[in-house]
Design a protein around this ligand. Structure first.
Ligand code: PLP
Length: 408
């Protein structure tokens, strides 16, 4: 495919894209191609007004009364909304707050503590996102458990067969990413959950790279636990609060380790001694980050309008387009070719990846570098056009071909 053919293909795909109009609703900067919406999503233009309105009317207008009137219930009400729009979770099982790392710790620690005697292994991938690995190393050290690492293909992910081989009567907990941060591998979550359950173990899914790009059916999978962040596809903004899902059957059984006042029954009684709140509220700890949920709320409005199936269809088309160009350019793909096993981003492998990405950034093309040799292209379906992808590849092709390259 020549540059011109790629551009005209992109124009045709944009013209036929039912979600094309969504892009204009985001704040679009001067960059040529933003290919990192899976690290930090673009803001919706309405976010600025929503934040101003919140500051003026809710915070400034209601002051401390806002807590009783709306904010105390916000972590669960927003969790329910997220659960219904994007997680396939019935109400009463999802909260919004903390960071993914903190929630991952809370849920994993609770599950490991609740595991029956003899279940002393935590199963995880040796290529999972660093925070997952570090937190589980810490939990294993704190609780005297052992880590069972699943050796994972850097261009793929953990298959059902690998998961089945790793679990057994000693498994306390399985922790895996639904879409892996490096390759974009999309796990068969229902099947993996099934094999873990057959071995008597619960599964904690990290949904950071899947929420808002692929359909998630936590209740349908029979999932036990899940966490994820909202600053990628959902437009929550830098450092936006995360979410946690705990299946109803585990409420009152699991006991999370950060027992702050917001997770206590009747927190405003300020009573002696900690007693967990009923239901999902027991997984809260401290004052919820109300202000920081405003961008997420407008992000969810857009998802409610367009629906995740349309988003996934666009995502599949975007990654297919990107992989097609990469193949034509002879670039090495380090992501699954099978569309059913591929999430919303693709990674290319190149020995000069770090220098290439630095030069791409200077040229207004913004992918992510993933050590040691990955150029990761995050294709946020609601805010990325096919033309943008084509423009990004045009610069990458120039650099790789050694034309106009100034590698540092
Ligand atoms: C898969 C995955 N898990 C966990 C995290 C960590 O989230 P946080 O730094 O918000 O705690 C990230 C962040 O990018 C991630 O991609």
């Amino acid at each position: 495919m020549t540059g011109r053919a790629t551009a005209s293909d992109a124009a045709a795909l944009d013209a036929a894209d039912p979600l094309a109009g969504c892009r204009e609703r985001f704040v679009l900067g001067p960059e040529t191609a933003y290919l990192d919406g899976n690290s930090l999503g673009r803001p919706l233009a309405v976010t600025a007004e929503a934040l101003a309105r919140f500051t003026r009317d809710d915070w400034g207008g209601r002051l401390i009364r806002g807590w009783d009137e709306q904010w105390v219930e916000l972590p669960t009400e927003l969790g329910d909304r997220l659960g219904s729009i994007l997680l396939g979770a019935a109400p009463g099982q999802t909260i919004v707050g903390d960071s993914t790392s903190v929630l991952l710790y809370k849920l994993a620690r609770a599950a490991v503590d609740a595991a029956p005697a003899g279940r002393d292994e935590i199963v995880l991938s040796d290529d999972d996102f660093p925070t997952d690995r570090y937190l589980l190393e810490g939990i294993a050290a704190e609780t005297g458990r052992t880590l069972r690492w699943i050796p994972t293909d850097r261009a793929g992910g953990v298959s059902v067969e690998q998961a089945a081989a790793a679990v057994g009567p000693r498994t306390a907990l399985v922790v895996l990413s639904h879409v892996t941060y490096r390759s974009g591998y999309l796990a068969d979550a229902a099947a993996v959950t099934g094999v873990a359950h057959d071995a008597g173990a619960p599964v904690l899914w990290d949904l950071c790279h899947s929420v808002g790009s692929v359909p998630v059916e936590l209740d349908g999978w029979g999932a036990d636990l899940a966490v994820g962040c909202t600053y990628k596809y959902l437009g929550g903004g830098p450092g936006a609060p995360a979410f946690a899902y705990v299946a109803r059957r585990h409420h009152g059984v699991l006991r999370q380790p950060i027992q702050g006042w917001f997770g206590r029954a009747d927190p405003f009684a300020m009573a002696a001694g900690y007693e967990p709140a009923a239901g999902i509220r027991q997984f809260l700890s401290g004052t919820p980050p109300v202000l920081a949920t405003v961008p997420l709320q407008v992000g969810l409005d857009l998802y409610a309008e367009v629906g995740i199936d349309a988003v996934r269809a666009k995502s599949v088309a975007l990654t297919r387009f990107a992989v097609g160009i990469a193949d034509d350019l002879g670039l090495e793909l380090a992501s699954p070719r099978d569309l059913d096993r591929r999430g919303g981003h693709v990674t290319l492998r190149h020995p000069d990846a770090q220098a290439l990405v630095a030069t791409l950034w200077e040229r207004g093309v913004i992918p992510d570098y993933r050590a040691p040799d990955g150029i990761r292209l995050g294709l946020a379906p609601l805010s990325t056009s096919f033309a943008e992808v084509a423009s990004g590849f045009e610069v990458l092709a120039e650099l790789v071909a050694g034309q106009a390259h100034q590698l540092r």
